[in-house]
Write a protein that binds this ligand. Structure first.
Ligand code: ZN
Length: 365
């Protein structure tokens, strides 16, 4: 196991507009570069892990080597350090790529058995052009290789090439190709992106919001019972300015919560005649529209219906079907639970029904 993982974290991050250098910025709860350190350790492939940086830093089982002016200087510093340390293979990786998999490390290592340089690449989906002698020419995109790191090499060969190199290079495989030496290219990973701009820190620009809802209505004779937009045969219905649909009211409040738009009472004041006897489904509709217009979609809806009767299990599918239609969401993201109250209080005496719910929405830009 004479492999060494060299992590380059001495870059200036010119394309990254922040006071903290990008390799040290917090990414998914730890400094960006630590993702690579942790994966290298977890892979158990490496005898040594060398971090090249100009920051004063101490990490258990990691050797810190000072960075150079350019990337190639930094990588040479690490290779110099490894001289006479009985290292057979080196993996060189940019700290700005925190999302590679341990599986990729293993694939690289396997291919290094028969090669002196193994490099991951991906193809591009973009049409590609190339500026050549004052002309822009078309390139066949399937022939364009976008190379990634980690790249792995036979230590001695790379060290020799690095020592003799005088050119500016953006990766170590360049040294091999410049000398017409064979590089084995293997499939890289689409997710192994390089974080170069602040915006790349957000894997996607999606934010999640949660909303909570609660409602309770008295049961009264001579009124029809509506739950989640479904008419349910029962001895009483729910009292209210509207049809008293406690599930829909509860969902409306949860949605308004997630959208941070106050509450159902503000939107539909019960002293306004125009909302008298309004169907709750009608009250829900503009909020669902608002949700769509705000670039939001629903991830999950969980509902507790709190009543002694009717039996929730009997109407569960009907109610979920109805909610799915009213909210234009898939049934699979709705859950409805029934909860009795051991015959306690107003709910226990079948004089009221309550409901609570939690909704999760995603907002994208
Ligand atoms: Zn209500």
């Amino acid at each position: 196991m004479n492999n060494c993982f060299i992590l380059l974290a001495a870059g200036k991050g010119k394309r990254f507009n922040s006071r903290e250098k990008k390799q040290f910025i917090n990414y998914k709860n730890k400094p960006l570069f630590m993702h690579s350190v942790d994966k290298a350790k977890k892979s158990k492939i490496f005898k040594k892990i060398v971090l090249v940086t100009n920051k004063q830093i101490k990490i258990p089982n990691v050797i810190v080597v000072k960075g150079g002016k350019e990337r190639s200087d930094s990588s040479l510093n690490a290779l110099n350090y490894l001289k006479n340390k009985n290292i057979k293979n080196v993996f060189i990786h940019d700290a700005a790529r925190p999302n590679f998999s341990i599986n990729l490390l293993k694939k690289l290592k396997k291919n290094l058995n028969k090669n002196k340089a193994v490099v991951p690449y991906i193809n591009t989906n973009n049409s590609t052009k190339y500026a050549y002698k004052n002309k822009i020419v078309n390139l066949k995109r399937e022939k364009v290789f976008l190379t990634q790191t980690p790249q792995c090499f036979d230590y001695k060969t790379l060290y020799k090439l690095s020592k003799n190199n005088k050119n500016y290079i953006t990766d170590e495989s360049t040294l091999f190709l410049n000398k017409n030496k064979k590089v084995k290219f293997i499939k890289g990973e689409e997710t192994n992106i390089k974080i170069t701009k602040k915006i790349d820190l957000y894997e996607s620009k999606i934010k999640t919001f949660y909303g909570i809802g609660f409602d309770i209505h008295r049961l009264i004779k001579n009124k029809k019972l509506y739950l989640g937009g479904v008419k349910i045969p029962f001895h009483s219905g729910l009292k209210g300015h509207s049809d008293g649909d406690v599930i829909l009211h509860c969902i409306i409040d949860a949605l308004l919560g997630a959208l941070r738009k106050k509450d159902i009472g503000t939107l539909y004041p019960n002293n306004k005649n125009k909302f008298k006897n309004i169907k709750s489904a009608k009250m829900l509709k503009p909020i669902i529209l608002d949700l769509r217009n705000s670039n939001c979609y629903i991830n999950n809806l969980d509902i507790n219906l709190i009543c002694e009767r009717p039996k929730v299990s009997k109407y569960r599918n009907k109610i979920i079907n109805s909610l799915s239609k009213l909210m234009n969401i898939n049934k699979s993201i709705i859950n409805l639970k029934g909860k009795t109250v051991e015959k306690l209080g107003l709910i226990g005496k079948e004089s009221a029904i309550a409901c609570e719910s939690i909704i999760s929405i995603n907002k994208y830009e």
